[in-house]
Design a protein around this ligand. Structure first.
Ligand code: URA
Length: 434
């Protein structure tokens, strides 16, 4: 029988842990026999010394099978899920899920709340009046059977060890570790019972893994583990140096997503939504990505994605009128501009700082029990590469509380950089790992 002191000693020296030792750690966290200080020491040892592929796979699979697993077998077909490693202005789920379902591929998705500077789909959905994300597992399965998609919060008993470890990682500077991120994300996705997973691995200054090299390693590791668990998996590596969309904040991102589904918005957010949806369709059907792109684009242009989102919102008790008349969504009383101090070219719109600025306005939480102001956030009036004139509005802060504007404005001002020339444009999509 493995014991925690030996396990910690081994990992501290960079040794390799056996599957039984990893199982001992996971079960100890689950049943409480491993106290937080030993779990934290384990996490730091892994953060500093790493884990090889076999250890990471063993950790992931043990975490996935400890606690409950969702049974989606009553839903016919290949059930597809998606996960983003976290972004700012990342409204992809709100568009890609209904588009994929409109193409006949069922999506049973469990989403999370905002984390750090990144937004969370669950909070964005909660901006739609009346919409429920706390469906029972039976209601979740029935909804996907009936209309082809549902997005709910993760039930407490799926991958409970990840929940415990994530809370510790958040306060012990051990979030940015490839084996810990890979096992965290995939244990949840495997326990959630889908057959295929599209991973959106962000790269750039606003991502958990800022360098392309680390983002690629994370993508490759997750694809390998997912396949070892018998899933169809594809990871896209996508840009998160600047916010994905034009709008940051919960109701604001819902509005932008609706604009995309209605065909009124173009740009990077729409392009990524279409690519993610196409990849999800390709995973679900086995068809070529090029064919799947044509189908998802047609679903968008014919309004079938919008109709499917309305169906999903209605099924989950939400007020569909708020999707038609977006003034019914939460809003903000104040508009505070950030203006250019000089002529120049926008050389950076730092996603992390803009996420923090949006949180400072009340769009995110400082503590997990804090309430959210769904109406506030930031409107980006320019993109990286745009030429601007002195006095031009760069950002518009949507605020409800005057007292929050000063700190948010300071963060936002630090996020925008001007230079004499436009920087080299960054691609939206850096690659796909299959
Ligand atoms: N998202 C997760 O679910 N887990 C991580 O470790 C990082 C991002």
């Amino acid at each position: 029988m493995a014991d925690m002191r030996t396990i910690l000693e081994t990992k501290k020296r960079g040794g390799k842990l056996a599957p039984e030792e990893i199982a001992c750690f996971v079960h100890g966290v689950y049943d409480g026999s491993v106290p937080d200080y030993q779990a934290a020491a384990f996490l730091m040892a892994v953060r500093l010394m790493g884990m090889d592929e076999a250890e990471t796979a063993a950790l992931t699979l043990e975490m996935a099978r400890t606690g409950a697993q969702a049974d989606l077998s009553a839903i016919p077909g290949v059930k597809v899920d998606k996960h983003s490693t976290g972004g700012v202005g990342d409204l992809t789920t709100l568009v890609a899920v209904p588009l994929c379902a409109a193409c006949g591929v069922p999506v049973a998705k469990m989403s999370g709340r905002a984390l750090g500077h990144t937004g969370g789909t669950l909070d964005k959905l909660a901006a739609i009046p009346g919409l429920r994300t706390d469906l029972s597992m039976e209601a979740f399965v029935r909804q996907v059977q009936r209309i082809g998609c549902a997005v709910i919060g993760q039930t407490g008993d799926l991958a409970p060890v990840d929940k415990a470890l994530y809370a510790l990682r958040d306060v012990t500077a051990t979030v940015d570790s490839i084996p810990l991120i890979a096992s965290s994300i995939l244990s949840k996705k495997i326990a959630a019972g889908c057959d295929a997973i599209l991973l959106d691995v962000k790269t750039g200054s606003g991502a958990l893994m800022p360098t392309l090299e680390d983002s690629r390693r994370l993508a490759e590791e997750m694809v390998r583990i997912g396949k070892a668990a018998g899933k169809r998996v594809c990871a896209l590596i996508t840009d998160m140096d600047e916010p994905l969309g034009r709008l940051i904040g919960n109701a604001l991102e819902v509005k932008e997503a609706l604009g995309i589904l209605r065909g009124e918005e173009t740009g990077r957010a729409r392009d990524l939504c279409l690519e993610v949806a196409a990849r999800m369709v390709a995973l679900g059907t086995g068809e070529a990505v090029a064919a799947a792109r044509l189908r998802t684009k047609a679903a968008l242009e014919e309004g079938r994605g919008f109709a499917k989102l309305c169906e999903m919102v209605a099924a989950q008790g939400g007020d569909v009128r708020a999707l038609e008349e977006t003034d019914r969504l939460p809003g903000a009383r104040l508009r505070v501009p950030l203006r250019a101090q000089e002529d120049g070219c926008v050389s950076a719109l730092a996603a992390r700082d803009l996420g923090l600025a949006s949180n400072a306005l009340g769009a995110g939480r400082a503590r997990k029990e804090d309430p959210i102001d769904y109406g506030v956030g930031i409107e980006c009036c320019v993109r990286v590469g745009d030429r601007v004139r002195r006095g031009q509005t760069l950002l518009l802060l949507h605020a409800n509380d005057e007292a929050r504007v000063g700190p948010a404005l300071e963060l936002a001002a630090g996020a925008v950089r001007l230079a004499p020339e436009a920087p080299q444009p960054r691609p939206l999509l850096f690659g796909a790992v299959e």
